[in-house]
Design a protein around this ligand. Structure first.
Ligand SMILES: [Zn+2]
Length: 424
């Protein structure tokens, strides 16, 4: 064997060529060797060029817990943890197959997430995955599943192959984000597929959706955090009896659906127009109002009365043919449209409620849930806003039956959203 790269490649006695060290596309992407066979006085040569194709690698170093750390303290309701990244949790944006992705959104995605971290705050690392699931190859998309499982699977003690096989099918995944108690040591996750930002005439919509996803990590990390001790507390009941206390549709397990999704939209509107003052957040909120009004009107035409309370944990029930009011499933997604309107209405009652809605509710959740396990979501609301949830539901349901013009009248302007403060 001879030629330019002969020293990088080995030739076995069986005739197999192999790299001595795995090649790196970013360093060198083409290798040339010439192999020559000689017998007696005859020889034949063949020039071979080996092209290296690129694979996507993690854009930045992930937090790398391979097992759950030991609790540093505990009480009867929580176990408390400290993580090495606590002083500076980072956002790692993994862009897969960048030639398929819009260049402007490659940049904007990082800018938006970093803006949100700087301006709102961030308690945990975020592992973001950005891909074109419509055009990416099967092997690339499988690689993403592998990368996801590499970060969180060891913490759950699961088999990597099972983890990969249990991921949702590719093609129609939505933007999604969060952080759960099992994955917490390695931070939150954020999926941002290209189809989530294409197909909108108004760029303000995907900006708001990405803020919404960031906010899911924000709110779901805050639920673990005990500010007084700078520790993350995980409810003992979630760790030890997960199937009894989490993932249920017959009681509120963490946050009411309308607060989790409506809260992410509400914060998303404000964050989007703060990030880019040309974003018409008020216009998007009015679209949500119209969607919510439509759910209520359609239901009313069928003898069904919509209450925000239905969206604590029973939204799916009311949206199914098992709707206890009339057996006719409601239009979907009132938890987003009605939920964000509920918070816009709550803000209209008192300017100070903006910060309480965006930040304080989550800031006091962990302590409230420690004092009264399973009711932190309710007690945090009632102590912050000085009214019972029952009263709020009655008042908001009545508000949603007012005229459209009087509803629009309580909505803040874009300028008011831009200047509203969530800091002390
Ligand atoms: Zn959401």
């Amino acid at each position: 064997m001879s030629g330019t790269d002969a020293t990088a490649i080995s030739l076995s006695s069986g005739g197999l060529l192999a790299f001595k060290v795995a090649p790196d596309y970013e360093t060198k992407n083409s290798y040339s060797v010439t192999v020559t066979v000689t017998a007696a006085s005859q020889s034949v040569s063949k020039a071979i060029t080996i092209a290296i194709t690129n694979v996507n690698e993690f854009a930045c170093k992930q937090p790398s817990y391979t097992s759950k750390p030991t609790a540093v303290n505990s009480d009867s309701n929580h176990r408390y943890y400290e993580y090495f990244w606590q002083s500076s949790p980072e956002i790692c944006v993994n862009l897969y197959h960048t030639s398929l992705l819009d260049d402007s959104w490659e940049t904007r995605t990082v800018q938006i997430l970093e803006w949100a971290k700087t301006n709102l705050g961030l308690l945990v690392p975020i592992n973001a995955f950005v891909m074109d699931q419509k055009n990416g190859s099967t092997s690339e998309l499988t690689q993403i599943n592998n990368d996801v499982c590499t970060i969180w699977d060891p913490l759950e003690g699961r088999n990597q192959t099972n983890c990969v096989n249990n991921q949702d099918a590719w093609g129609n995944r939505s933007a999604a984000a969060g952080v759960g108690h099992k994955g917490l040591p390695n931070g939150g996750d954020l999926f941002w597929p290209q189809n989530a930002w294409t197909g909108h005439d108004d760029i303000g919509v995907p900006i708001r959706i990405l803020m919404h996803e960031f906010y899911h990590v924000y709110q779901n990390s805050m639920k673990f955090y005990f500010e007084a001790t700078s520790r993350f507390g995980i409810p003992v009941r979630w760790e030890d009896q997960e199937s009894t206390y989490l993932h249920h549709d017959n009681f509120v397990t963490v946050f009411p659906n309308w607060i989790e999704e409506g809260g992410a939209d509400f914060a998303g509107f404000a964050m989007a127009t703060k990030y880019d003052n040309s974003v018409d957040a008020r216009g998007q909120l009015i679209e949500h109002l119209d969607e919510a009004r439509n759910v209520i009107t359609t239901a009313a035409n069928n003898g069904d009365t919509v209450s925000l309370k239905d969206y604590e944990y029973q939204g799916a029930l009311y949206e199914s043919s098992s709707n206890p009011n009339n057996g006719i499933g409601r239009q979907k997604d009132f938890q987003y449209s009605g939920g964000s309107m509920a918070l816009a209405y709550l803000w209209s009652l008192d300017n100070a409620n903006f910060k309480k809605i965006v930040v304080d509710y989550y800031k006091i959740y962990a302590e409230q849930d420690n004092l009264d396990p399973g009711n932190g979501w309710k007690n945090a609301f009632e102590s912050l806003f000085g009214m019972t949830l029952a009263k709020f539901y009655t008042d908001f349901d009545a508000f949603m039956r007012q005229s459209r013009s009087s509803q629009i009248a309580i909505l803040k302007t874009n300028a008011e959203m831009q200047s509203a403060s969530w800091t002390d």
